[in-house]
Design a protein around this ligand. Structure first.
Ligand code: BEZ
Ligand code: FE
Length: 276
């Protein structure tokens, strides 16, 4: 009979995966077990710490419902979401870079005409956004579906307001023949990610803040091109260097320019990567 101790256990667990029918599942599970065991050995995990970890993950799951995904938030603050994006969304020179999706996208946001007010009552300073969608060759991409969403001046997305039935600060537009689109909205402001759950507890325990620099989300889809999920970050924001979810890329920083009438204007062009 085989006995297991701290020296042979990892090998035994990995051996138990030998008959995993799916090769990728086998690769992932083998690596997971190896790293998990190495981690426990490296920190010399105590039984009390193991229990604390189990309780933490349980609380994370219990915080999840159809509106709140605490596990994704955990992945975000651990940099795993951005690492996955960075590995899988490497684009050729000249293409707009991708960043994290975040938990506040909503399927079925309303369509708007060019120039319409996407804020739709969201609190904030007025701002016009002018964008253009092109391929790497600079040619316009017409009829691209451009989705945008953002937090209001109080740092909340519409979906975070209990009982709010209408979309605010989010909408879908189509680029014109020249690849251009524009809409009215409110100025993006920095906001803290939800920190009233296990993720907030982790941030506080590790001396981290929960803020994201001001940004405007975009998801752009067009036939023949990879879907682009990205943000435009606001130049000058004090959290650009310490985004709680590590999503900032220099190429995604834009200028919200104050106009003579006190409103703001952002111009940003998006370059899509063709699918092969
Ligand atoms: C967001 O930008 O909406 C977001 C991204 C990751 C975690 C929380 C919020
Ligand atoms: Fe956001």
């Amino acid at each position: 009979m085989q006995e297991y101790d701290q020296h042979n256990l990892t090998r035994a667990v990995i051996a138990r995966l030998a008959d995993t029918p799916n090769a990728r599942t086998k690769e992932i599970m083998t690596s997971l077990v190896r790293h998990l065991h190495d981690f426990a050995r490296e920190v010399r995990l105590t039984e009390a710490e193991w229990k604390h970890g189990i309780d933490y993950l349980t609380a994370t799951g219990q915080m999840c419902d159809d509106k709140r995904q605490e596990f994704i938030l955990l992945s975000d603050v651990l940099g795993l979401s951005m690492l996955t994006v960075a590995m899988n969304q490497e684009k050729p020179e000249g293409c707009t870079e991708a960043t994290v999706f975040g938990p506040f996208h909503v399927e079925g946001a309303p369509y708007y005409e060019h120039g319409a007010d996407v804020a739709n009552g969201a609190k904030g300073e007025p701002c016009m956004v002018y964008g253009r969608v092109t391929g790497v060759d600079g040619r316009p991409v017409a009829d691209a579906v451009v989705e945008t969403w953002q937090a209001d001046a109080d740092g909340h997305y519409d979906v975070q307001y209990e009982g709010l039935e209408v979309a605010q600060g989010r909408g879908v537009l189509k680029s014109g023949e020249d690849g251009r689109f524009h809409f009215r909205t409110i100025v993006a402001q920095a906001y803290p990610i939800p920190d009233d759950g296990p993720v907030g507890e982790l941030l506080r325990a590790t001396g981290r803040h929960s803020w994201r620099p001001a940004h405007l989300h975009f998801m752009i889809k067009a036939p023949g091109y990879e879907t682009l999920v990205t943000h435009v970050f606001r130049r000058g924001d004090k959290y650009l260097d310490s985004d709680a979810v590590f999503g900032v890329r220099k190429s995604l920083i834009g200028d919200w320019v104050r106009q003579t009438d006190g409103t703001y204007r952002l111009d940003f062009d998006f370059v899509l990567n063709p699918t092969r």
